[in-house]
Design a protein around this ligand. Structure first.
Ligand code: ZN
Length: 119
């Protein structure tokens, strides 16, 4: 369990889940194919990007759902600013969370043994 938590934390920090030092991203949204430190292949297949997108979508929708219930039902926040705020969040958060979600997916692949042998 501790290894799983560490791997997820490494994914959020954009570090390699095996050596904990190698950077997952070069700069911007370009992910290294392999770890520059230990050579771990982060995403073996081209379609693996959809795993990170799924994490991104689920987290974004979960936050919007919780915020909708909390602010819509328990406070006196006017509806228009609430909808505008959540709409802006729905556009900006996935962009900001993109790298971390792909990092978390690469960590999941590592922990499940689908991109390399687990140590
Ligand atoms: Zn590494």
């Amino acid at each position: 369990m501790l290894r799983f938590i560490r791997a997820v934390f490494d994914g959020l920090r954009l570090r390699c889940p095996r050596c904990h030092r190698g950077a997952m991203f070069e700069r911007g949204f370009t992910m290294h194919r392999t770890c520059p430190q230990c050579g771990l292949e982060f995403e073996r297949a081209v379609g693996e990007i959809t795993g990170g997108m799924a994490i991104n979508t689920v987290v974004t929708l979960a936050v919007i759902t919780v915020c909708s219930f909390v602010f819509g039902l328990t406070t006196t926040v006017p509806l228009l600013p609430l909808l505008l705020g959540l709409g802006a969040f729905a556009v900006l958060f996935p962009i900001a969370f993109y790298r971390s979600s792909r990092g978390m997916w690469a960590s999941f692949l590592y922990m499940s043994g689908n991109n390399a042998e687990v140590d």
